[in-house]
Design a protein around this ligand. Structure first.
Ligand code: GDP
Ligand code: MG
Length: 175
């Protein structure tokens, strides 16, 4: 290629969802291959970059975490603007994080561009014995809202790679 760029695609991915559901841990697991100990999971930067290869094409993912703003409901339009994809995360062991999803969807409708690809993620599947949200219920909800659905464990690294790769594939398809 004659391009000066070191990638074929660049996508901005933004994680949203209640505080405590594991957004930062998902980003850390994917970009750094680690699960941060304790509660000190805040990245402290606006975004992380990871480049993946899909069918021979370099796909650069710019991944934005919410770094605590979700606690104060102060996520603004600028955060959603130009997002190609949203990872809407809840915690399968926390019914409340699932019940808040319609609120998050209203924000998406209000602030995101209407081509945005949204995937619903149920995190913490390693805590199966504490599950409060049945998989079928979440799948039905996702389908009713035209969202993809995946269950993950940032702790055990279950489906985390798949989450970002599936999303990248979908974004290429829609590009
Ligand atoms: P955020 O507020 O959405 O960014 O959530 P964090 O990534 O800071 O995680 C909140 C808490 O959940 C921390 O104590 C993490 O260790 C824990 N956590 C995150 N992901 C998982 C997971 O997949 N499994 C388990 N068991 N705990 C997790
Ligand atoms: Mg966080």
């Amino acid at each position: 290629s004659m391009s000066m760029e070191d990638y074929d695609y660049l996508f901005k991915i933004v994680l949203i969802g209640n505080a405590g559901v594991g957004k930062t841990c998902l980003v850390r697991r994917f970009t750094q291959g680690l699960f941060p100990p304790g509660q000190g999971a805040t990245i402290g930067v606006d975004f992380m970059i990871k480049t993946v290869e899909i069918k021979g094409e370099k796909v650069k993912l710019q991944i934005w975490d919410t770094a605590g703003q979700e606690r104060f409901r102060s996520i603004t339009q600028s955060y959603y603007r130009s997002a190609n994809a949203l990872i809407l995360t809840y915690d399968i062991t926390c019914e409340d994080s699932f019940r808040c999803l319609p609120e998050w969807l209203r924000e998406i409708e209000q602030y995101a561009n209407n081509q945005v690809v949204t995937i619903l993620v149920g995190n913490k599947i390693d805590l199966a014995e504490k599950r409060e949200v049945l998989r079928q219920r979440a799948e039905d909800f996702a389908e009713s809202q035209s969202m993809l659905y995946l269950e993950t464990s940032a702790k055990e690294s279950d489906n985390v790679e798949k989450l970002f790769l599936d999303l990248a594939c979908e974004l290429i398809r829609e590009a």
